[in-house]
Design a protein around this ligand. Sequence first.
Ligand SMILES: NC(=O)c1ccc[n+]([C@@H]2O[C@H](COP(=O)([O-])OP(=O)(O)OC[C@H]3O[C@@H](n4cnc5c(N)ncnc54)[C@H](OP(=O)(O)O)[C@@H]3O)[C@@H](O)[C@H]2O)c1
Length: 264
Amino acid sequence: MIPSITSMKDAFSLKGQNALITGGNRGLGFAIASAFAQQGANVAIFCRDAKKAQEAIEELKPLGGKYESFSCDVADLKSVRKAVAEAYASFGNFDILVNNAGTSCVSELLDMDEELTDWYNVVNIDLNGTVHMTYEVGKRMRDAGKGGSIINIASNAAFIVNKTQPMSPYSSSKAAVVHFTHCMACELGKHNIRVNAICPGFTNTELSRFIPADQFAYINNQMPLGRFGEPIEIGALAVYFASPAAAQVTGTAQVIDGGYILSC
Ligand SMILES: NC(=O)c1ccc[n+]([C@@H]2O[C@H](COP(=O)([O-])OP(=O)(O)OC[C@H]3O[C@@H](n4cnc5c(N)ncnc54)[C@H](OP(=O)(O)O)[C@@H]3O)[C@@H](O)[C@H]2O)c1
């Protein structure tokens, strides 16, 4: 059993914990890496763009922990296997896994090409990438016997249909990630491994800059809280799920979207 906290002192500390974050080189993944590092964690970043990974590592360095990046395509099980082995050789053990790497596409199903390229690309990264990482890291967490926390970055799109932007592969993958989270919470609880999902809504990242002004205003109006989320707010929620404060929390999917799904 994972012991409960007995005081609020250090309840949100990640001091000395090792965290592995896919897609930690930019966007929400980097915000989570930075939030973890500020709470005392060491961070391994998995991604494909080595230059962007190096920039992220340089930005984390002043925080004083151990930060390294590993080249990995989460859609490719062989690549995941190799990168996880390399990361364990360097870090020894991981307490936290964040499955954040993701992609999307905007297209109706019937407009896709004959090979359904867009469908398979999104499902292979968003859903299968999460499964690949959970398989490789989960086995090592189980065998180390120290428990762990797995956090899957899903989306509020798991629960709603975005009618202005058709994206069925994305929404379907994220819905599957949420239910995969439920299944893994049940399967891994006996190993003291907690599994939770974070479901962000519209968040201010590089991508949101490309949303046309009229759509941006419409979305903000739809949101009870009236603004896009900030990446650091996703980082703060991830810190909570990873921290001792959440010792009794598993199998949950927390929406963080300013209340947007309530207005759809
Ligand atoms: N931003 C939002 O408003 C929002 C809302 C809801 C949910 N989300 C979810 O939050 C997560 C991060 O989104 P974001 O906005 O930060 O996206 P982003 O800026 O486009 O970053 C995507 C990240 O995933 C990595 N990645 C993509 N494909 C990969 C692959 N095959 N193997 C390894 N890494 C891969 C990228 O690194 P490389 O390209 O270097 O590999 C990058 O670090 C995603 O799962 C997304 O669905 C975002």
